[in-house]
Design a protein around this ligand. Structure first.
Ligand code: AMP
Length: 210
């Protein structure tokens, strides 16, 4: 099954992707994580992407489409995959269609902007393995230390308040039109993000099975 998770930055797509990944045993592909890795490794696409990411803008379509195309061609994607953070523009969605990829469902995780701002201000990520935490909702066992790998947890540069406002504006302008795009294809299902992550997960899994 090929799935897309749609939603504003901080709506909880990554967390839901982990849940689906375990339930269906298919890999999650997060273009954000792949780009951060590319930046860390100083690759060509990383160098191209860095300034866009730091200011909360979208990385140019051709860079992201190239990365995604190579990734879904890998062996572990044969039985399906979950796209987290891709597509983010209509041209990216069209590129996916043109690659001959059939998307089964698009799940939108809906959370109002005010709540998103509150969530992102408390988000911490492990600088080593990329695991995500929240100071109130999903704290690490030891403050500042990743439960999974022992790495240091930090505030993502693009979670600074001003950048969050930019990312939300970019989402509404460039990514939200994808709702109409996939609604027309009869693939869009909206799940309202709940206070309890486990409640959202139940709704997400039910939406996939429906
Ligand atoms: P994320 O972790 O998904 O919020 O992504 C972090 C940043 O990576 C975004 O703010 C963009 O700058 C960039 N990015 C990730 N995925 C995409 C995409 N599909 N298209 C353009 N830029 C992207």
């Amino acid at each position: 099954m090929n799935l897309i998770l749609l939603g504003a930055p901080g709506a909880g797509k990554g967390t839901q992707a982990e849940v689906i990944c375990k339930a269906l045993n298919i890999p999650t592909i997060s273009t954000g994580n792949m780009l951060r890795e590319a930046v860390k490794n100083g690759t060509k696409s990383g160098l191209e992407a860095k300034s866009f990411m730091d200011s909360g803008k979208l990385v140019p379509d051709e860079v992201v489409i190239g990365i995604l195309k190579d990734r879904i061609a890998e062996d572990d994607c044969k039985n399906g995959f979950i796209l987290d953070g891709f597509p983010r523009t209509v041209p990216q969605a069209e590129a996916l269609d043109n690659m001959g990829v059939t998307i089964d469902k698009v799940i939108e995780i809906y959370v109002p902007d005010e709540k998103i701002k509150q969530r992102l201000s408390g988000r911490r990520v492990c600088e080593r393995c990329g695991n995500s935490y929240h100071v109130d909702f999903k704290p690490t066992k030891v403050e500042g230390v990743c439960d999974a790998c022992g790495g240091k947890t930090v505030i993502r540069k693009d979670d600074e308040p001003e950048t969050v406002n930019n990312r939300l504006a970019v989402y509404h302008e460039q990514t939200a039109p994808l709702k109409g795009y996939y609604e027309k294809q009869g693939k869009l299902v909206t799940v309202e993000g709940q206070e309890e992550v486990s409640e959202t997960s139940k709704l997400t899994l039910a939406a996939i099975e429906a």
